[in-house]
Ligand binder design. Structure first.
Ligand code: PMP
Length: 456
């Protein structure tokens, strides 16, 4: 670790305790509620809610647009947006109208609703692939897509990039340790060795990719076009061309997970950069925040999947699909989202405020003399604690500091801005106004000045 970072870390540790006290003082109700205990394991509906950097979770009273108010009356600008679930803002009007309408026509029937054909056409038109299925979460969509890839290729293994996260999908919960793919050490209840069916290699590494595909055993490469779950790691110039060429040569399918990179622009990173996946997954914000995800495939994959299905000796469970998938609720919200929210104009608006933040943060970093940089994928930005972008998970982990991240997170929150708890990513939703973007930059500048000790 470089000495400059160690000094900043020391100041961050001091900042953290001051900011934690301020956070706590402002939230007596949340504190009391946490201490009271309740019927939830860990006292929260989902245990990750304790993984944020604050001493205890704030309790949300309401969220609308990019404003979030807690039960103690603190209002903040939300740039976390449920870690992308609300990427297009909380409660966009078209979703509220769709919810109201569908609530009276039946939420779930395990049959197509009248919105089905419209949604199918919108998916084909928007994301370029000709055949689609609906699931409930991005984790589920990835699970089904992997199963489809295996059925289609008749191969067992999948390949992922070190540092990946694709949801609670067993095959992907691996780490690359001393050149070996191992089950992630933190997993609970892990019964099988995940390294048996998964190969993990460093991102941006053509040679490792070539070597891993050579065995001919890999059904699919599952990748985010830009890695966003181990810090943000951009593909190097030409890497996606190499990835596509080598997977085609090896008869391996390319499965892109655009759950986070939907921030890139209309149609996701795939459309913006002209990528050619065999299977594409999107989740979280695609239906305006209700649980829905989509996975699409080429005609070739669809034909082979159909063939594999017919070749089975018996009908019955395919292992693909769940009861609530493809519901009327999901279709109504997907339709509203794709017709009225996820549009070129929306992305243009998000891009303008992301520009303000991008330029403002770079200037603040430079003025504070910090050897840091900003990485960006459309409306998603991250401050990285190195002066050049990282190339893979090893570099990303070396550049990270949980102390600085936590201090930044809490200090920004106390100044009215909520960023993601993971790497402090900043997500720009369409309702964000320029004065709010400028406000974030000012708050960041203030905190960076303290961390760099350049503040008067
Ligand atoms: N894919 C990616 C790239 C993700 O970042 C995540 C969640 N952060 C998922 C899939 C899983 O999404 P969900 O939790 O909605 O299943």
């Amino acid at each position: 670790q470089n000495p400059a970072l160690a000094e900043i870390e020391a100041r961050a540790a001091a900042m953290l305790s001051v900011e934690a006290r301020i956070y706590t003082e402002r939230r007596p109700k949340a504190l009391a509620s946490t201490q009271a205990g309740n019927g939830f394991f860990d006292g929260v509906p989902m245990h990750w809610m304790l993984d944020w950097p604050m001493p205890f979770p704030m309790i949300v009273d309401r969220a609308s647009g990019v404003r979030l108010t807690d039960v103690d009356g603190n209002e903040v600008v939300d740039l976390c947006l449920g870690d992308t679930g609300a990427m297009f803002g909380h409660g966009p009007a078209p979703i509220l109208r769709a919810l109201e309408g569908v609530a009276h026509r039946g939420l779930t029937t395990m049959l197509p609703s009248a919105d089905a054909n419209v949604v199918a056409s919108l998916l084909v038109e928007r994301f370029g692939l000709p055949r689609w299925q609906i699931a409930a979460t991005a984790s589920d969509a990835n699970r089904f897509a992997i199963r489809a890839a295996r059925a289609v290729t008749g191969r067992r293994k999948i390949l992922v990039f070190d540092g990946c996260y694709h949801g609670s999908v067993d095959e992907t919960l691996v780490d690359l340790v001393d050149g070996k793919t191992l089950s992630r050490a933190s997993l609970l209840g892990q019964a099988v060795d995940l390294g048996e069916n998964t190969i993990s290699i460093p991102f941006n590494d053509e040679e490792a990719l070539r070597a891993a595909l050579a065995s001919g055993e890999v059904a699919c490469v599952l990748a985010e076009p830009v890695m966003t779950n181990c810090g943000m790691i951009l593909p190097e110039e030409g890497f996606h061309d190499v990835l596509r060429r080598l997977t085609r040569e090896a008869g391996t399918l390319l499965l892109l997970d655009e759950t986070h990179t939907i921030s890139s622009g209309l149609g996701g990173y795939t459309a913006v950069h002209g990528l050619e996946p065999d299977i594409l997954v999107m989740g979280k914000p695609i239906g305006g925040g209700i649980p829905v995800s989509i996975w699409g495939m080429t005609f070739d994959v669809a034909a082979l999947l159909d063939k594999a299905r017919k070749a089975r000796e018996t009908s019955g469970h395919s292992g693909i699909g769940t009861t609530l998938s493809g519901s009327a609720l999901q279709l109504a919200c997907l339709r509203a989202s794709l017709e009225q929210i996820v549009t070129a104009e929306t992305y243009a608006r998000m891009g303008r405020q992301a520009d303000v933040i991008d330029e403002g943060l770079r200037a603040a970093i430079a003025d504070c003399g910090l050897p840091w940089t900003v990485t960006r994928v459309g409306a998603r930005l991250e401050v990285v604690f190195t002066d050049t972008p990282v190339r893979n998970a090893v570099e990303a982990r070396a550049a990270a500091s949980s102390t600085i991240e936590s201090a930044l997170h809490l200090a920004l929150l106390n100044r009215g801005f909520l960023v993601t708890p993971f790497h402090n990513m900043i997500l720009v939703a369409p309702p964000l106004e320029e004065h709010e973007a400028q406000g974030l930059v000012r708050a960041y500048r203030d905190v960076l000045g303290e961390l760099a000790a350049t503040k008067a």
